[in-house]
Ligand binder design. Structure first.
Ligand SMILES: [Zn+2]
Length: 317
């Protein structure tokens, strides 16, 4: 692969219908899609449940999996081998209605019980209605016994920490933390590339097929970390997870990104501008994601925009 032909990649979004979804991604990002209940837009993904396809340049039409197979080091950096899978899943979530109360396993539990990967998540709040809330952990001192009693007695919500969130907040969700996005929030989410969710409580809702959605309470009880108090500090500009980090950059003018040798994903969450790279430039509008391959030299941003930058910091073994 000649360096001069490497460029920032755009992907076609993959829309997912969800019982709690809506039309906010159309409202916010002027995107056109069918469906009244679009809950997720998968922006960068390589999994059996969704595969990103390049939307620009010479690699247009190729899947992310094909790119990683053909040009592993060009895209991912020197340490990546083509047998590894893409480690992240990047999406927007439109919680027009609230999501189920849930928890995700860590790598070791997921490997043993599910032959899969664990999941940590990082959220950037793109939009939040006044008084919008999330569930972030349990109220202090809730034991496993009390938790089970509350679930059986149908008063689980009394055990949960509901926390107000605002546009621009960044929230880290480690594995083992009970969490949920409540109604009226649009989130930009970066997570480990895993689809393992243990649903604990779903407000007695029925799914798109008219049947009650399944819960996985036993496994959830295995992985919830009881007895740890969950500190909440959302008004920050960096998330340092175990597998990735996310940072917020407010640009009014120009920003140089000399970062070279690592894959980066930039999301324009607000405002307008463009990215310049060694052989061209690409416009950035709200909701746009750009994957910058590891082999691409310095990039520069111009305009008035808020960017969220994601880099990979670790891999599941
Ligand atoms: Zn989750």
């Amino acid at each position: 692969m000649r360096m001069s032909s490497v460029y920032p990649l755009k992907f076609k979004p993959i829309y997912k219908e969800r019982v709690w979804g809506g039309r906010q991604l159309h409202q916010l990002f002027e995107r056109n899609f069918a469906g009244a209940h679009i809950g997720e837009s998968w922006e960068v993904c390589s999994s059996p449940y969704g595969m990103s396809v390049v939307a620009n340049g010479i690699w247009q039409g190729m899947t992310l999996a094909q790119l990683l197979h053909n040009y592993p080091q060009t895209i991912m950096g020197e340490t990546f081998t083509s047998v590894q899978q893409f480690p992240l899943l990047v999406k927007f979530i439109d919680a027009t209605a609230k999501l189920s109360i849930q928890v995700h396993p860590d790598d070791s539990y997921a490997r043993t019980v599910e032959q899969g990967m664990g999941k940590e998540e990082g959220w950037y709040v793109v939009a939040a209605k006044p008084n919008a809330k999330i569930v972030y952990g349990l109220n202090e001192h809730i034991t496993q016994q009390e938790f089970v009693a509350a679930l059986q007695g149908d008063y689980l919500l009394d055990c949960l920490r509901f926390v107000a969130v605002n546009t621009g907040d960044m929230i880290y969700i480690p594995s083992g933390l009970v969490h949920a996005i409540c109604e009226g929030i649009v989130v930009y989410e970066v997570q480990q590339n895993s689809d393992i969710t243990y649903r604990i409580y779903d407000y007695d809702r029925v799914g798109m097929n008219g049947k009650a959605r399944e819960t996985q309470v036993d496994k959830a009880l295995d992985v919830i970390k009881f007895g740890v108090s969950s500190t909440t500090e959302f008004h920050r500009s960096v998330i340092n997870g175990s597998y990735f980090s996310m940072s917020k950059h407010q640009i009014d003018g120009a920003l140089m990104e000399p970062d070279f040798g690592n894959l980066r994903i930039y999301c324009a969450v607000e405002g307008h501008g463009y990215m310049r790279y060694h052989t061209g430039e690409i416009a950035l509008n709200p909701g746009d994601n750009l994957l910058v391959p590891a082999a691409l030299p310095q990039v520069e941003f111009y305009g008035k925009l808020t960017l969220v930058k994601t880099t990979i910091t670790g891999h599941s073994a």
